[in-house]
Design a protein around this ligand. Structure first.
Ligand SMILES: Nc1nc2c(ncn2[C@@H]2O[C@H](COP(=O)(O)OP(=O)(O)OP(=O)(O)O)[C@@H](O)[C@H]2O)c(=O)[nH]1
Length: 219
């Protein structure tokens, strides 16, 4: 468990984000990339649950993101499920080079619906997009699934190349602010996502707020 930075003590909003998905899709690397911007090749499989915090500044508001990195391995399922209830947002990750991890997303969503809060915000994250030659999942399939499951967005990331990782967390934070009645201005996140990660925002609140800057899901 990471100790919280004492300087991180003051914040205006605290959002708990849980990362779920099959083992080895890169959840720990995504969290590390978000926290430090760094990638380290060798990771131990997560045992149970680990957490990281980072405070974002969004339109002058200090938004503390408490990120719960869960073990993808089946044997830890009982422990990890107990963390679902308090999550405001969930990132469901799969590996774009392993179709089976994408097929598992259905059961991860089911778990979340069973054990999580009714209004938990979901985003679909296809990681390892740097391995384009090994791709087994097309982004259009992810987009369709995200729409089908009522998720905020589907986007592709690379923890290795720090692509769209920051944007994914910022997007969650902004949407959670909106859901808490805060107005947020549009920044370049959506443009970045569109060009670098081919993300499609499907959440009604963000979409309304973003107006013409946003691209509707075209699956
Ligand atoms: N090429 C590439 N490899 C990645 C990327 N992200 C993670 N990896 C590799 O994928 C492997 C698994 O990464 P982890 O972050 O440990 O995966 P995890 O989902 O946390 O796994 P569990 O803890 O078992 O649930 C490691 O060997 C990483 O180096 C990425 O964006 N690109």
């Amino acid at each position: 468990m990471e100790q919280e930075d004492p300087q991180d003590d003051s914040f205006d909003f605290l959002f708990k984000i849980i990362l779920i998905g099959d083992s080895n899709v890169g959840k720990t690397c995504l969290v590390q990339s978000f926290k430090t911007g760094l990638f380290s090749e060798r990771q131990q499989n997560t045992i149970g649950v680990d957490f990281t915090v980072r405070t974002l500044n969004i339109d002058g508001r200090r938004v503390k993101m408490q990120v719960w990195d869960t073990a993808g391995q089946e044997r830890f399922r009982t422990i990890t499920q107990s963390y679902y209830r308090s999550a405001h947002g969930a990132m469901i990750a799969y590996d774009v080079t392993r179709r089976a991890t994408f097929d598992s997303v259905h059961s991860w969503v089911h778990e979340l619906q069973r054990f999580g809060a009714a209004n938990v915000l979901m985003a679909l994250i296809g990681n390892k997009r740097d391995l384009e030659a090994e791709r087994e999942v097309q982004f259009t399939d992810a987009c369709r699934l995200a729409e089908d499951k009522g998720m905020l967005a589907a986007l592709e990331t690379s923890a290795r190349e720090a692509q769209s990782v920051e944007e994914a967390f910022v997007m969650m934070a902004r949407q959670l602010l909106l859901q808490n009645g805060m107005s947020v201005t549009q920044d370049d996140t959506h443009m970045l996502l569109r060009t670098n990660s081919r993300a499609v925002i499907s959440g009604p609140t963000l979409a309304n707020n973003a107006q013409e800057k946003q691209q509707p899901c075209q699956c």
